[in-house]
Structures are given as C-alpha cells and as structure tokens.
Design a protein around this ligand. Structure first.
Ligand code: SF4
Length: 322
C-alpha cells in the first residue's frame, strides 16, 4: 500500500492568535524593543522564541515589568486584578485578549450581575480560566474533573449557568454539562457557544481523517490546551496512535513502524511553517503523497487592539497591518 499523509484543514493559526502575534510584532516596530508581554502571548514555543529574539520580554506577572514600560496582555485574557496591577505601576498596556475570550468575560460579568452561580468548565491553572474567573470570583466555580461536577454546590439550583474555556474538547464538555444537568436540571446554557469556532473546526477536521489514520501527528506545544485536545479527539475518533510534537525532530521514527497513513494537523497557536517542516520530514521517509482533508474554510479575522490601531494610525502605519 502507498504511504500517504492526510493533512487536516482547517489547522494552525486562528484569528485570535494571528492578531496577538501581529500585535507584538507591530508593538516592537512601533515602540522598539523591549516590549514586555505578560505570559506567553500564545501557547507555542516557536512563536515565543521568535518574538524573544526580536526583543519581546516574557514575564509571568505585571509586577516584573519596570514602572512606566509597555506591556502586552496575552490572547488568553487577564482578570481585572491584573489591569489594576498594571495601572498601579503606570504601565502602558496593549490588551491582545482574543475577542472570543472577551465575550466569555462579558458573559461572566453579566450573569454575576444577575446574581447567578456560574459553573466554569475548564482546566485548573489555565491562564484563560484564571482571567475569566477573575471577572467575578464570588460567583464563579471551576468545574474541571468529573469529581468537581459531582461535588460542586450552588446557592439556588434555579439560578445557575455554565460557561466554558474556549479551547476544550466539544464532546468532553458535553459529558461534563450532562453530568451537571443531572444534578441541576435548570442549569442554563451559555447565550452562545463558548468553545470557539477555531477549536471546534480543528476538532471536526481531525475527526474526519482520524478513522483512516494509523498515526496522527499534532504539531503544538504541551501547554496548548486546544492542541492537546486534538490528540485526544484523534484517538477517540479511531486513530491507532497520536502524539503532540513541537517540531518534526521530536517525532520518534519507531512511531512510523507499520504505518501506511499519517494524519497531520496543528493547534490554533501553531505557525504553518512548522507543519511544512513536518511534511518534508515525512516525505524524506517515504510519505510524500499529501492529501488535504478539508471540512471548513475559515474567513474570520479580528481588528488589532484599539490602543495599537491608534498608535499605528498616528504613525501612519496602519496600511502595513496584515
Ligand atoms: S483558539 Fe479561539 S479563543 Fe483562542 S485565540 Fe484562537 S480564536 Fe480566540
């Protein structure tokens, strides 16, 4: 049988990641290095290393940024406490929070104002979850595991809503929601999908190709939630094996033993150059036949953060924005 590669589409960069990365690039061009970035701008090793080489300095907290300096907030969003911290240090800020994360923040604020208990389905310790929960810490409880769903308590079971992290597995989230609904039958759904279009589309594409694959390779970093979910979805959808790699060089050649069809995809924070590197690595090992499996064509794009647009306009650079 001919060895082949099935290449998922959509894969890689989503609109929120593209916007966040361009934000740091444009901030470096406009203001010069260094530009501080709180947390990894997006969860991808290659992106962080490349921006570091260009003069970005990644820090964990705003209090590590020198007073008065410029700091960019990452695509995952920040809580109001972080904005306060930045204001107290007189930092100049550019907020690269993805608009789809901001949408979940708005939902959290709205339901908190109406005095709901909010059950936030997400992964403990993930930056996005910390940012969303920080909008209404008194009202939000994190539901990560099945155990959390079994044990969480609410004040009034008729006034409870679930929201979620944007990058979860769609199927697993519904398992958690059903578990919660069996305990709280009046549990309300979010006003619109919190799991974003990019996460959903990449999972649908993987599901379409996985049953035909002996192996699915997902390009992405270990701390990237949506990338990790792609490995899980591939396995659940029938791939015999699936692994997450940052770079082609991390692929263990023994994974290819007896393999005829390799599926390839990448997380929403992954530049396509890394996928192209993997394809040429595979071609060198006899997997030169590449067929794209397309389940959607994405046309979403987001305007750059307001603060940056203004600076670019003042400098007459807006025309050069991708
Ligand atoms: S994965 Fe979704 S929520 Fe996250 S940055 Fe991309 S579009 Fe925004």
């Amino acid at each position: 049988m001919t060895k082949r590669v099935l290449l998922a589409k959509p894969r890689g960069y989503c609109a929120g990641v593209d916007r966040a990365v361009v934000t740091v690039e444009k901030a470096l061009e406009t203001y010069g290095a260094p530009v501080y970035v709180r947390k990894e701008i997006v969860h991808n090793k290659h992106v962080v290393e490349t921006l570091t080489e260009r003069g970005a300095i990644f820090v964990d907290e705003a209090d590590e940024v020198p007073e008065g300096a410029l700091v960019v907030f990452s695509a995952h969003g920040v809580s109001p406490a972080v904005h306060d911290q930045a204001a107290a240090r007189q930092l100049r800020t550019i907020d690269a929070t993805c608009p789809l994360v901001t949408k979940v923040h708005q939902e959290a604020k709205r339901f908190a104002r109406d005095d709901y208990d909010i059950l936030l389905i997400g992964h403990e310790g993930h930056e996005e979850v910390e940012g969303t929960a920080g909008e209404a810490p008194e009202h939000v409880q994190l539901v990560d595991t099945a155990e959390d769903a079994a044990n969480v308590t609410v004040r009034d079971p008729s006034k409870v809503v679930w929201l979620s992290q944007t990058t979860l597995s769609v199927d697993e989230t519904m398992v958690r929601v059903n578990q919660l609904k069996s305990r709280f039958p009046e549990l309300q759904n979010p006003p619109s999908d919190d799991i974003c279009y990019a996460t959903q589309n990449r999972q649908v594409a993987v599901k379409a190709m996985a049953p035909e694959c002996d192996l699915v390779l997902v390009v992405g970093s270990q701390n990237s939630s949506n990338s990790k979910r792609l490995v899980e979805v591939a396995l659940q959808a029938g791939a015999r094996a699936s692994y997450l790699v940052d770079y082609a060089r991390e692929v263990d050649e023994t994974w290819l033993d007896g393999v005829v069809t390799v599926g390839v995809t990448s997380g929403a924070s992954v530049p396509d150059i890394l996928v192209m590197d993997l394809l040429s690595w595979l071609a060198d090992r006899g997997f030169a036949d590449v067929q794209e499996v397309t389940t959607a064509n994405e046309k979403v794009s987001f305007a750059l953060p307001r603060e940056l647009r203004k600076a670019l306009k003042d400098n007459d650079l807006l025309g050069s924005v991708r």
